[in-house]
Design a protein. Structure first.
Length: 337
């Protein structure tokens, strides 16, 4: 259909913020400020919270006018009531589940697993959410991490894996799944550590070993690319053989012609002479020199370009030109338990 369905709300543009979202941010900032003004924070906390407020105001594009919003209750009171949480300081926010709650949570988890198989990842997350509300089982968090991975919400997946490991430090699958999410974010150094820990806990799992090798290969490729310099350069001087170039009669003739050109000499004087201005003047003079050279000595420019291309070889040294030098990234997610 060429026309948008009027029954469907328009999708918000990237970075767009609704008034309700801004009001929520204002409410949270006011919660922070009340906490600080009541002398309930240490000096270090106050400093960190001030930075947090500045970041929130910038990210949500808040102005003084936005603070005209006044919630009917404090954000903490609204949150506590909505979640049914105890108000006693230090109380466990979620008491130990009853056998009936554990049984119901497992049913919700299985429903979430079925939705994962049907590729209904958002619906699966809702089922895992309901299960977690009843029972803080690390499996539920790890399964939800798989759903987040399939939706490419990798930060949420990583946090769920970390939570699962906080509940069960020996949960190898949480380490393996975290490695997948980190790999999808190209954070291969951290993925390597996650996979190593997964293998330490479960040496029989071949997928961890395979994915570890992929991550280690990616780390090595990144290190080699950094050592080689910018892509296609083949080293700090682009792989050029300067000794051969200086012994080349054509190159010497080019240099002699260049240095005898009055316009070029004038540009060189600006580049190398005084006059102050530091690096800014040097860059400007260099740009003028390059432009003047292109206008007055186009043949020399083409010859020089040819020399560079001959030194580097066709196509440069970018490994992406080699279809056999590519690794297959590991699939995101994995099978739920």
């Amino acid at each position: 259909r060429s026309m948008a369905d009027p029954a469907q709300p328009a999708a918000p543009s990237v970075g767009a913020l609704t008034n309700n979202e801004k009001n929520l941010a204002v409410s949270f900032i006011q919660f922070i400020r009340h906490k600080v003004s009541a002398n309930q924070c240490t000096d270090d906390q106050i400093e960190a919270l001030e930075v947090a407020v500045q970041c929130l105001e910038s990210a949500f594009a808040l102005t003084d006018a936005n603070y005209a919003f006044q919630p009917s209750k404090s954000l903490l009171a609204l949150f506590t009531a909505a979640e049914g949480l105890p108000e006693t300081a230090g109380a466990d926010p979620l008491p130990e589940p009853t056998p009936a709650e554990i049984e119901r949570a497992n049913v919700l988890k299985e429903e979430g697993n079925d939705l994962m198989k049907a590729t209904k990842f958002d619906d699966a997350i809702q089922k895992y959410n309901e299960a977690i509300k009843l029972h803080r089982d690390p499996i539920y968090f790890c399964n939800r991490a798989a759903a987040y991975c399939r939706l490419e919400q990798y930060d949420l997946a990583i946090q769920d894996c970390r939570t699962a490991l906080a509940l069960d430090p020996n949960y190898s699958k949480a380490y393996g799944r975290m490695g997948l999410a980190l790999s999808c974010q190209n954070r291969y150094d951290q993925a390597v550590e996650a996979y190593k820990k997964a293998i330490e806990l479960d040496p029989s799992q071949e997928s961890y070993k395979n994915n570890l090798k992929i991550a280690e290969d990616k780390v090595r490729e990144a290190n080699e690319a950094r050592a080689a310099g910018p892509p296609g350069m083949g080293g700090p001087f682009g792989g050029m053989d300067f000794a051969s170039m200086l012994n080349n009669p054509a190159m010497l003739n080019m240099a002699n012609t260049l240095m005898n050109d009055p316009n070029i000499q004038n540009m060189m004087g600006q580049l190398m002479g005084g006059g102050g201005g530091g690096l800014n003047n040097i860059f400007q003079a260099g740009q003028q020199l390059a432009q003047q050279l292109a206008e007055t000595q186009p043949d020399l420019v083409e010859q020089l370009r040819g020399q560079f291309e001959a030194s580097n070889g066709p196509g440069g040294t970018n490994p992406d030109n080699n279809p056999n030098n590519q690794n297959q990234d590991p699939p995101a997610g994995g099978n739920p338990q």
